[in-house]
Design a protein around this ligand. Structure first.
Ligand code: 4NP
Length: 159
């Protein structure tokens, strides 16, 4: 089983979107049985809330279903996941701060490191902006998640 967790600040906009997009791509690829896919937030500000309605609606228009209640990423999650994908540089710093070993630290990367030409870039926080921001997040998540899935398939020899 390959275990993947997407992490943003609130776990109501970007990381649930990335989770839904990645799950959709994995299902399309016929690989659902190979993966555990989850998301979490560094802040814990929206615990148990469902994803932001703007994110849910924008994702639904593209055929992705967002779900789950918001939860806070905790240090114990490093043992539960193989890949921990930060949405932006602040999430990356916070996650590195929570990691306790080199092995844990090595599991963390930026989602956009898997998007051609976008290494080191953020998935912009759409929370205080307009609907365009949610479309941009979806565009970015589709590119990053495709790259991530390709990379994992290569690494794990999945057809
Ligand atoms: P997310 O977006 O990190 O993509 O879930 C945000 C959600 C809530 C807040 C900030 C960003 N907030 O300030 O409450």
């Amino acid at each position: 089983m390959i275990r993947v967790c997407f992490v943003c600040l609130g776990n109501i906009c970007r990381s649930p979107t990335a989770e839904g997009v990645f799950r959709g791509l994995v299902e399309q690829a016929g690989l659902a049985d190979e993966f555990v896919i989850d998301s979490a937030g560094t802040s814990g500000w929206h615990i148990n809330e469902t994803p932001d309605a703007r994110a849910t609606e924008a994702a639904a228009e593209r055929g992705y279903e967002l779900g789950g209640g918001s939860r806070k990423f905790v240090a114990a999650d490093f043992a539960r996941f193989d890949y921990v994908l930060a949405m932006d540089a602040e999430n990356l710093t916070d996650l590195r701060g929570l990691s306790r070993t080199g092995e844990e630290r090595a599991k963390i990367s930026l989602l956009r490191d898997y998007e051609a030409g976008a290494a080191g870039e953020d998935v912009p926080d759409p929370y205080y902006g307009g609907d365009d921001g949610f479309e941009e997040v979806l565009d970015i998540c589709e590119r990053g998640c495709r790259g991530l899935l390709d990379s994992i398939r290569n690494e794990h020899g999945l057809a």
